[in-house]
Design a protein around this ligand. Structure first.
Ligand code: AMP
Ligand code: MG
Length: 428
């Protein structure tokens, strides 16, 4: 068997995360495809082309309020009485729009084009109409309640850049410039390989000492949420030959996620078998809890299966993560480390991890030495966010994880955090 990587590859959380981000920055998606607007959004795909304004936004000076289009200068003396020369509704044809002369006003509706000569709109609340005249009791400044033509965007201006995930805001932009189809990146294929002699798949009745496979499924859902296409491999036993075979299969995808078999146990074979594939290990542990034994590395393309026919490699390496098998550890380490690599392969513009602050509801006692990401529940209202632990019973407690909606982050030098302290919180 090839050499297991050195124990010195144990990093701080920050160093490990930066290392992953640095590798992710050099990764590119493989290929593009044209999708229908909502299809691309539903699949959480990533834009592969710029989307530009096909016209000015707004295309005409637009009234923001129902009221009267006026010349602001006519309202220097209040109340002011102006002659009403017409009514302009949203969608009015240019021919039907009068030009305002001094002393004149036009009734106008939200979304209608402001008439030539007008420089402001007075809200209807400050007016009283009497036949052909309107009395106005409040002054306006030039520009009030009118959105100038092209103030949001000029024709030809870039509104969305490649790398934008198609969320509802991006869809609104694409729709508003008339794009029913968009060029997106092809989703990366992510192989998921759960390991362990005790693990059985979910349609098999487990015997007394067996455990149902949840990691393959939670990872598949996480992969989908991050913009990848999961490829589910069969469960690998803690046995070199079959594990080797399944890792080779996994190397046909764009990214390989292994779950389990990365601890110090006698049958934790993942690292030595990966080493046989000429794996380069960037870290083999991170000072965090849960998830300390997490592994990150890459394998040269073609090292997977020399004997079999390989598709033309789309990059020089296949990256892999060996995630600890405890289900909560698997979930957390995916989010903290695998996600940036997957997002880069999906073509997304990189994002930094963002931490919020919340007040701790009840004291936390722990040990120093590891940065902890503890499943927690964020509650409270408006500006008064509070967080408390989800009351988990260790890294296998998926039920606690399902109750949680965030992680409370505990720095490695703290062993006690008092109730009422502000704590950093990472949203799930
Ligand atoms: P390991 O990382 O292989 O040492 O596994 C750690 C713990 O996680 C053990 O208790 C395993 O039974 C459990 N485990 C490993 N893989 C899975 C899986 N796919 N689904 C559910 N639990 C798992
Ligand atoms: Mg195991």
């Amino acid at each position: 068997m090839a050499a297991v990587p050195e124990p010195s590859l144990l990093l701080s959380f920050e160093d490990a995360r930066h290392l992953v981000e640095d590798h992710a920055a050099h990764l590119r998606p493989h290929g593009k495809e044209l999708v229908e607007l909502l299809e691309g959004a539903g699949a959480g795909q990533v834009l592969a082309e710029p989307v530009v304004a096909d016209r000015n936004f707004p295309p005409f000076a637009r009234a923001m309020r129902d009221g009267y289009a006026v010349r602001a200068a006519d309202l220097s003396q209040l109340p002011a009485t102006l002659e009403v020369i017409g009514e302009i509704k949203a969608g009015a044809r240019s021919d039907d729009i009068p030009t305002l002369q001094p002393g004149q006003a036009a009734a106008i509706m939200t979304g209608a084009p402001a008439p030539p000569g007008a420089d402001a709109v007075v809200m209807v609340e400050y007016t009283s109409r009497n036949a052909g005249r309107v009395q106005i009791v409040k002054a306006v400044a030039a520009g009030d309640n009118i959105v100038p033509i092209a103030s949001e965007a000029k024709r030809g201006q870039r509104l969305l850049s490649p790398g934008t995930r198609l969320d509802f805001t991006a869809i609104a932009v694409a729709a508003s410039v008339g794009r029913s189809h968009l060029l997106v990146y092809r989703k990366p294929k992510v192989a998921i390989l759960s390991t362990g002699d005790e693990i059985v798949d979910i349609d098999v009745p487990p015997t007394a000492n067996q455990i149902r496979n949840s990691n393959t499924y939670s990872l598949a859902a996480q992969v989908q949420a991050a913009g990848g296409e999961p490829v589910l491999l069969p469960i690998a036993p803690d046995e070199p030959a079959r594990l080797r075979e399944l890792i080779a299969d996994g190397l046909e995808s764009d990214l390989l996620l292994l779950a389990g078999g990365v601890s110090m146990g006698k049958y934790d074979l993942v690292e030595p078998i990966l080493a046989e594939f000429q794996a380069e290990f960037f870290f083999t542990g991170v000072l965090i809890q849960p998830g300390k034994p997490v592994v990150f590395g890459r394998i040269p393309c073609g090292a997977g299966a020399p004997a079999r026919e390989q598709p033309a490699p789309s990059s020089a390496h296949i990256y892999f993560f060996g995630l600890p098998g405890n289900p909560v550890s698997t979930m957390v380490t995916f989010e903290l480390f695998a996600r940036p690599v997957l997002e880069a392969l999906a073509g997304m513009t990189p994002r930094k991890l963002v931490f919020l602050s919340a007040r701790l509801r009840s004291e936390i006692k722990t040990k120093t030495g590891l940065k902890r990401f503890l499943p927690a529940i964020l509650s409270g209202e408006f500006e008064h966010a509070e967080a408390e632990l989800a009351g988990w019973h260790g890294s296998g407690d998926v039920a606690a994880m399902a109750r949680a909606n965030c992680y409370i982050v505990i720095p490695p030098d703290r062993d006690r955090i008092a109730a009422g302290e502000w704590v950093p919180v990472l949203m799930m």
